[in-house]
Ligand binder design. Structure first.
Ligand SMILES: C[S@@+](CC[C@H](N)C(=O)[O-])C[C@H]1O[C@@H](n2cnc3c(N)ncnc32)[C@H](O)[C@@H]1O
Length: 248
């Protein structure tokens, strides 16, 4: 039921975003079934950027709704702080962490879609943002986040944020395996004091079981917890926190 409701709200929000003439049905169907595919997202971001002016597209909600889960964590950690946004799309989440973190952060916004990455790079270049901490940095990279170990050193990242990416993979026909890979790869590249935060509309009954099962397949043991973020248009959103469990 939850999945059906989520799909309904997904279709509604996509219609709003892209209520133009185009192969509307075909792209919507593609998004419902193939959200794990690079080609689907390239198409989505290409359609969404037609008309010129860049505008961030936010899955669920923006930085305002999740900042209280992110900024306090960064404040309490020891530098250097490397933050990764997996499946950043054209969201302002990564750039907002870069702007608002008082601690120096190196933010990497990664996405499998080169179209999304290019749009973000061009926007950052044409509208440079000023970070709170002058030592902070921000980059955008095309990356398949099921292969994080090929891009980052083991135990090197302080925080990984995921807004809607795991949800998208879990809801596509062939994405479940990839979603599990992302959890295990994240645990391998997170430092012991670090966390993976998944912002999601999936019910804890389903997500907690899945996370516990997937993290058991990791070489690094994990602790999983959940917090309710907010309710929006009748849907409840959660923050799932997955942290490496330091051995005693
Ligand atoms: C539901 S959207 C969320 C976008 C963004 N996080 C937001 O909050 O608006 C999912 C994003 O994950 C990206 N994606 C899908 N599979 C991926 C993968 N294997 N590695 C990296 N990004 C991926 C898609 O290109 C898309 O931008």
């Amino acid at each position: 039921m939850m999945l059906l409701l989520s799909r309904f709200s997904l279709v509604k929000s996509l219609r709003k975003v892209s209520a133009r003439r185009w192969h509307h049905t075909s792209l919507t169907n593609d998004l419902i079934n193939n959200m794990d595919k690079k080609a689907t997202w390239d198409r989505f971001y290409t359609e969404n950027s037609r008309g010129g002016q860049f505008k961030n597209f936010e899955w669920f909600f923006g930085f305002q709704s999740v900042q209280d889960y992110i900024l306090p964590q960064l404040k309490s950690m020891c530098a250097p702080l490397h933050v990764l946004d997996i499946g950043c799309g054209t969201s302002a989440l990564g750039p907002s962490i870069y702007i608002h973190s008082k601690s120096a952060v190196a933010v990497t916004c990664a996405d499998i879609s080169p179209v999304a990455v290019r749009l973000m790079q061009e926007h950052a270049k044409s509208t440079p943002a000023q970070p709170c901490n002058p030592a902070s940095t921000l980059i955008f990279r095309e990356m398949d986040c099921t292969e994080l170990e090929g891009h980052f050193e083991p135990r090197s990242l302080a925080l990984i944020v995921d807004k809607g990416t795991t949800d998208a993979l879990l809801r596509s026909k062939e994405g479940r395996v990839k979603a599990g890979q992302i959890v295990r790869q994240s645990l391998a590249v997170l430092r012991h004091s670090g966390s993976l935060l998944q912002f999601s509309d999936e019910d804890p009954d389903a997500r907690l079981l899945w996370l516990e099962k997937e993290s058991q397949g990791s070489e690094v043991a994990a602790v999983v917890s959940v917090h309710e973020v907010r309710e929006l248009r009748g849907v409840t959103y959660f923050c799932y926190q997955i942290s490496p469990h330091a051995a005693q």
